[in-house]
Design a protein around this ligand. Structure first.
Ligand code: HEM
Ligand code: SF4
Ligand code: SF4
Length: 647
């Protein structure tokens, strides 16, 4: 039966990762721990975030100065910068981890839960990062707020209401939003624990943390970059002005430049389309899967070894007539065959590991060397004296078989993936442990153990010198006394540390670049206000028979729309009717309009008229010189009842 094999993209990734394994050793190679590195950076992020939380003032009037105060001490600045750079790092490593999952074909079929929850986690990361930038309340925060609010104006329930929070007179409104943002920033971080739990739910013993050496290096790098390039704010936000540009954090604000290039509707299309397609990617790019394993109930002795060894939580134990029996859950099963090698009793079976055929071929041909390889490992040709069997995973080779095989073969070589890169996560590791006698079922001590060799050699590596050497040792009867294992286990600590530093070098340049979102040779006129128009209808009836539930005043059932006309230098540039918000049109009206104009002297005339009460009209005249790259915001003071410039 055909088993799934290596794809060109996986081979390409192996080339890079195996080259790194030579510096790091396979056990420390960061490419094999991209998910775990992300988790570790998240932990640093949360710890530094808790520190900042104690000193941050959740009030738009105080937020900026509280952040500046934090940055004024060495420890505060360090913690703020660690928070910034660990957040950047976790996005970078999460995206690299996702790309790796695609390239190594680890994203579909039985892995779909990890994939979909991964996409959700990524979106949550972005949302947390953007909300974090808003909390600083500098010009960048304000511009992000305006751009994000513009994006949401397309969703009817928000309308222009959200816009007015970031520009205009309504600091109270912004204060409320800040509390929601801070609460959301923390609550969603806690939600991450849940999404990450779902993410690894179908994985046994997920590698949540990278090896200690990598953790030390990562902590060191985040601290060093924080000391050398401390995180800075843009100038403070001003509710009366629109900032034309901001310093870009390319890790979190990647999509924002699209706002200035494309209409909001197209941005929504790209956003929903991109993440929607990403979420259903495993079903778009279809693939085959290996047939699942089955347990022959009568043969199962209930030892639980397969239940322990399965890397995908695909086996559970059930009670049958008072005895434990293993059961495979087919849709969780990866068809790796690792459980075949867990069983001392031949109770677990899978069509892709035909043990009886293998043994009978070996006893017929009596080869010098039998090679078991997995499809992701080095290619080996069959030739005179050598028999090659490709199994779904190197972890499917049962040590108990050696009793039969070594009777008729000179030696056995198992060729598998590069340690932690095992396509089925734990196959090669379990095999090594079983053959070294550290895991059940063990290779019998009475067998000629030196006639077994295990080589970690991915597909891009040529294993022929290992084969030739082992073959000649077998033919000359000079095999070692013990099982020999070949892997990349030498670490060049200095070189390894240098290589891991590379992604960190991108953090500073990718977070300080300044970008303008409005043309700096133009000026901007913004009309932004909240207006509560006169009632059209009032409720007559009493709403409740219960006295304490009755409204004190008659409730407004509908309010008047307004017609807004704006004239620039005698030329009308806006004439539009705005309706009150709410299903019954009984709430306030929010207006947000932007006009790019040439810099210089301008005369403006604004006319706001309630359509059902024409006597209620506001007029506002203004002559003003507007400099290039500056804005002029026309707002309405609800308290004072007139239009004004700024807040
Ligand atoms: C955003 C933060 C993320 C974190 C912290 C994270 C972390 C992890 C961890 C710790 C594992 C277990 C690795 C192992 O033990 O073999 C894992 C596996 C996995 N992750 Fe993520 N991940 C994240 C995002 C993503 C994303 C965005 C995707 C793809 C959309 C993704 C797809 C997967 C898949 C498919 C696996 C299963 C790999 C396997 O079965 O061999 N992850 N992730
Ligand atoms: S074949 Fe692999 S995934 Fe399936 S039950 Fe056995 S060990 Fe688990
Ligand atoms: S390893 Fe074999 S005997 Fe033990 S529980 Fe699994 S199927 Fe049953």
């Amino acid at each position: 039966m055909e088993i799934i094999g290596i794809r060109p993209t996986y081979r390409f990734t192996q080339r890079i990762s195996y080259a790194l394994s030579r510096f790091y050793s396979s056990r420390l190679n960061p490419i094999y721990y991209l998910g775990a590195i992300t988790v570790f950076l998240l932990i640093i992020d949360v710890i530094s975030g808790i520190y900042l939380f104690f000193f941050y003032e959740v009030d738009p009037k105080e937020a900026y100065s509280s952040v500046e105060a934090i940055s004024s001490s060495f420890l505060g600045s360090l913690m703020r910068s660690v928070h910034r750079y660990s957040s950047d790092g976790l996005i970078l490593f999460a995206v690299l981890h996702m790309i790796q999952m695609i390239l190594t074909d680890r994203f579909r079929m039985f892995r779909w839960v990890a994939w979909v929850s991964g996409v959700a986690t990524l979106i949550i990361f972005w949302a947390i990062g953007v909300s974090g930038y808003l909390l600083v309340w500098d010009e960048r925060a304000q511009l992000i707020g305006i751009l994000t609010a513009k994006f949401f104006t397309e969703v009817h329930i928000f309308g222009h209401a959200l816009m007015s929070a970031f520009l205009g007179t309504d600091i109270k409104n912004l204060g409320g939003l800040f509390r929601i943002l801070l609460f959301g920033h923390i609550a969603v971080t806690i939600l991450l624990i849940f999404t990450l739990w779902v993410h690894v739910m179908r994985i046994s013993r997920p590698r949540i943390f990278p090896p200690k050496y990598l953790m030390v290096l990562l902590t060191l790098y985040v601290i060093v970059i924080s000391v050398v390039f401390p995180a800075k704010s843009d100038p403070p936000a001003d509710l009366g002005k629109v900032p034309f540009g901001m310093s870009m954090d390319w890790f979190y604000l990647t999509g924002y430049p699209l706002f200035k290039l494309l209409p909001i509707g197209v941005n929504w299309f790209i956003f929903v389309g991109f993440f929607g397609l990403l979420a259903v990617f495993p079903w778009i790019i279809k693939g085959r899967r290996n047939p699942p394993a089955e347990v022959v109930e009568e043969k199962c002795e209930g030892c639980e070894q397969c239940f322990i060894d399965c890397p995908y939580e695909a086996i559970y134990m059930k009670q049958v007539n008072g005895k434990k029996k293993a059961v495979v859950i087919p849709n969780k099963c990866a068809g790796c065959g690792i459980c075949i090698a867990s069983c001392n009793y031949n109770a677990s079976a899978i069509p892709t590991v035909p043990f009886t055929e293998i043994v009978s071929r070996i006893s017929e041909e009596k080869p010098d060397l039998v090679i078991f390889r997995c499809p992701f490992s080095s290619e080996v040709e069959e030739r005179e004296g050598i028999l090659v069997f490709t199994l779904p995973c190197a972890g499917a080779v049962n040590a108990v078989w050696m009793r039969e095989i070594l009777k008729n073969a000179g030696g056995v070589m198992i060729v598998g993936c590069d340690g932690p890169d095992c396509y089925f996560r734990e196959g090669i590791q379990w095999t090594e442990e079983r053959f070294l006698g550290r895991r059940r079922p063990r290779l019998l001590k009475t067998l000629p153990r030196g006639r077994v060799s295990i080589v970690e050699a991915p597909n891009v590596v040529d294993v022929s010198h290992h084969v030739s050497r082992f073959l000649s040792q077998i033919r000359e009867g000079k095999t070692p006394d013990e099982v020999s294992i070949f892997s990349q286990n030498r670490v060049n600590h200095i070189l390894a540390a240098g290589v891991l530093a590379l992604p960190f070098l991108t953090f500073y340049p990718l977070t300080v670049d300044r970008m303008d979102f409005y043309p700096t040779d133009r000026s901007l006129i913004v009309l932004t206000f909240k207006y509560r128009s006169s009632p059209v209808k009032k409720a007559e009836k009493v709403y409740s028979k219960l006295k304490h539930m009755q409204a004190l005043k008659n409730i407004v059932l509908e309010r008047s729309p307004i017609e807004v006309t704006l004239t620039l230098d005698g030329r009308p540039i806006l004439r539009k009717v705005y309706n009150p918000r709410g299903l019954r049109r009984d709430s306030s009206i929010y207006v947000y309009e932007e006009f790019l104009v040439s810099p210089g002297d301008h005369s403006l005339e604004l006319l706001v008229r309630e359509t059902t009460h024409p006597e209620k009209t506001h007029r506002f005249f203004l002559r003003k010189r507007i400099a290039p790259a500056t804005s002029l915001a026309m707002t309405y003071s609800e308290d004072r009842g007139f239009f004004q410039i700024g807040r």
